[in-house]
Design a protein around this ligand. Sequence first.
Ligand code: 26Q
Length: 849
Amino acid sequence: LWEILSEYQPRTVEAIQKQIVTHIEYTLARSRFTIDHHSAYMATAYSVRDRLLEYFNDTQQYFNEVFPKRVYYLSIEYLLGRTLANALTSLNISGVYRESLRELGFVLEDLYNQEQDAALGNGGLGRLAACYLDSAAALDLPLWGYGLRYNYGMFTQSIIEEKQSEFPDFWLSRGFPWEIERLDVVYAVNMYGFVRKATPAELEDGYKGKFVWEPDMEVLAVAYDLPIPGYKTNTTLNLRLWQSKPSHDFDLMSFNRGNYTAAIALRQECENITSVLYPDDSTPQGRELRLKQQYFFASASLQDIVRRYRKSGRSLLEFGQYNAIQINDTHPAVAIPELMRILLDEEGLPWGEAWAVCVQTFAYTNHTVLPEALETWPVPVMEKLLPRIMQIIFDINCTFLSCVRKRFPGDESRVERVSIIAEGHTQLVRMAHLGIVGSHAVNAVARLHGEIIQDRLFRDFYEMFPKRFTYVTNGVTPRRWLLECNPYLSHVITDTLGSEDWTKDIEQLCRLKDHATSRKLQQQWLMAKRLAKERLILFLKTTQLKDDPNPPTLDPNAMFVVHIKRIHEYKRQLMNILQVLLRYLRLKDYAELVTGTESIPHVVPRVIIFAGKAAPAYTRAKEIIQLIVSAARLINNDPVTRNSLVVFFVADYNVSKAEILIPAADISEHISTAGMEASGTSNMKFALNGANIIGTYDGANIEIAEEVGKEKLFMFGANAKEVEDVRAAYARGEAETIPTDLDRVISFIESGALLSKEERARGITGAGAYRAICDEMRSGTDYWLVAHDFQSYIKAQAQADRAFANPKAWTENSINLTGGMAHFSSDRSVKEYADRIWKVKPCPVPGQT
Ligand code: 26Q
């Protein structure tokens, strides 16, 4: 059999061409005489997939033989982006495929653009999960990801009349060639109904638990597997995504009989569960459907994991020695009571033993300190949907609280603070508390975040379980975020270091610093940046500016400043656009003095790019987008400034757009109010690509500054401690007077300068849609400290202008930034998780690489 297979796998250009054409003919059933770009992409993808599957099957078989301790990464989001380039790079076969396609009349890079992003995530948390899969595979770790196969991913953003509009992202519409449908891997997940005691007859019959859940609804979970290739290794891991579907048994249940339409409606309800990714990343709304998603996900994954383990014949008491489960934020935290349910009701373990297994198995990552982002579920909602799970959570809480009372006798206010159940008009289940109590490790995602969690957010828990708390600073995969997205710089780096080893052994990057002053490297470095900028300019011309009758000229020598991430008040895109408006007004002042020249002398021209999505219900974030878009319209149409300042809001930010934007940046903005951004990960991607950072002392910025030297970045603003003090002063009623520069910008907006033609025609005057923003800025107590940090931000921007005017020093600095980023590779992060939290070792799959 092996020989038959190895003959099937093409190694030469001719053989690859044959396979691609075969897929066009027999898989896509298209005529080989009318191949368009999309079919060429699909056929190429199927051909690459064939090769992936060989590694995939070998890997899974090897894991089953060796039976190492395994890790399961549970995340309700994976922001994967595109797969083709990534798979070709991992398998190290881009060259031969490029050649094969060239002879068939296609450019490989054109085919990349045929692929729709898989956007099964909101932002940082989902992209982190995707980076960690890439690193785990590259490091040969025996890890699987579990997730949901949403029919609609992250919404598509359009800007209509200067405002965000959302459209459904039906990413599967043209087919998704990378997945393997497993109609035979199916689990039933129960919902609704009631719990009763097991009858003596049932117990005699072999029922192992004490309680029986009589559900009112049964949903099936079907597995879809996505191979995750390891870079230059035989290991190919699995991302198993669940899709919901109705169960046939359920149709036949008595209460449906004779009511055909009701039965169909119920089937619909089942299918709905994995319909759509919830697009909020900060203020979760406690929707029942979201809880259904979470439980459906947790239950299917846990059933699958337990079944796999049981097949080995080992004792469930040793489950935690062979399985580590990481829960990515609290979204999958119901997995904890679900494992308890399986162990108690289905396997008949006593409570104490089941609980020990749970705590040994689970670990929980926290990604946020914003109180409004901590998940809670109303007890009545959970009780109705998951009666047995709710009962188990109450039991967990009861046991836990009696421990607390023993440790801190008489301290009832502490008991109330740490309880998994928040008391009140309606009781709430605090999912973070459940995560902490049910895990042996709780980790933050950067050092400052870890400190905040221990000292503030979860202080009471830290006092009880100091050893549980730790942090693992986030990282990003250098494959996607340098090697693939920036071929220009990658060539220069490989050339300078004399080998491509840095792509796998990231510490090699440090050696770049030895060459930072080399003239030759500096020139190559500048050229690489220029090529990335040209690529971005081309992208902007063919998208943004396609229908612009009078587009601004885009100069690759200008300073490219990029601010891309979810739109949120704490990320302070508002502070940036206000600063841009100030820059504009100052340019106008200056131009009045030096009339008659094409561009304004002694000014560093800037191209400023914003991108990001606002949660559909987040009004303020949407106002901020509108402000950016209208400011861009005003600025880009002003003949006086247009050679010195151009502003874009790039619509529909996603992973593949990030891959174009990040390599082209000279500077990136990471300016969150200190203490609010748990880590940030795009800061790492930018610096890895040699872009500088204008940033606050927040999240991973602090560690980046430490690693490269803070004098190399443009750091500014109040630190986390100062933010607390300022807010305390505000709370005492001590408002600040707003800085003159900010006052000037706000007055400008209030003068009606940003109103659109339509708004003017409708008779709107003054600040218009920006009334609330202006008022908040004028209050002198704005919660996100935009006014407080404004002056030091302007100073940091001015420093950046001065530094950019010296290309030699700038480039040297840029080389040192890339050279200092080894620590922020997700290979390092995942190694830390493996050593300190999961206690798993690599399990390299033998064979030829
Ligand atoms: C929860 C319940 C209901 C609906 C939605 C949600 C939900 C979904 C997504 C809540 C939060 C998120 C995403 C959070 C997120 O992306 N956090 C970011 O995680 C990154 C990786 O650790 C950090 O770098 C960022 O600092 C953090 O903001």
